[in-house]
Design a protein around this ligand. Sequence first.
Ligand code: AHM
Ligand code: MG
Length: 319
Amino acid sequence: MIKHIHTLADYLLQEEQTATDASGSFFLLLTRIEVAAKRIADKVRAVGLVDLLGKTGTINTFGEEVQKLDEFANQLLVDTLLTSGAVYAVVSEEMEHPVFAPPSHAGEYLVYIDPIDGSSNIDTNCPIGTIFSVYHKDGGFLQQGNRQVASGYVMYGSSVMLVYTSGHGVQGFTLEPASASFVYSHRNITLPAKGNIYSINEAYETLYDERTRAYLAHLRSLANHTARYVGSLVADAHRTLLKGGIFLYPPNRKQPEGKLRLMLEVNPYALLIEQAGGKAMSGNGKSPLTITPKTVHDRTSLVMGSKENVNLFADFLSA
Ligand code: AHM
Ligand code: MG
């Protein structure tokens, strides 16, 4: 057993030696995500220099314009994962259908990715990220989020971080430029039980239902609350994990199902937040982890953060 865990590689080796609920190929899979993350981080850093700013001119599955960086990150992650020997298929926000590993390389896991989350922030040098979620292939493509084997994200911010959970707490690693290693910087990330930051796109206020509007009015009446909204889930959720408070992407009149994708964005974060001692809710007031998806691209609403903050929102919803 490794005594001093200094890097992600050390941590994975240690988990591999002690885990009873994951196979060696699971750790190989995470290593492949680490490799891809470093390459994407390099590109993100140079994005303004290497002709990766801007749009490709094509439209993705959801009718959204594809940014060049989205396309690069998607292809890199798909290739890196499907040739690992650990992965059976990849589902991506950028692709309508799953892509399968060749039979010679087919492994046991399904990996769901949002290759570049927060695409609208690319051209303005604001934080963006990669989100991932892992399931055993035996349960099929439409498993509930509570069947996730692991979930996590890479955030390309003022520093690059990889944060993940495999059901044993939430661990964070920061890329050290000199060594090109992810250093174990955030052990067992835990949300405070209550926080004073709220994060929501308030420009949609008139589109939210009456109860959500009453909740927002209440927050604004509190002297000790402040608002933060980057518009990249990776960044807004990262702050929520570290500082607590609440993040909301509720349904609104223009997006009655909400905007975020259940399997690609909501469930990876619901697992992280719950593993860090927080709470996540969907429109029905229940954890999104208990929703059975109808398609891999389903959308749902998301409210998550410190338990006390989320419970207060739930009280407003049921008032
Ligand atoms: P994307 O995956 O196409 O980038 O969209 C998801 C993003 C999230 O990162 C963020 O929470 C949300 O969209 C912001 O949406 P809005 O601009 O409506 O507030
Ligand atoms: Mg995206």
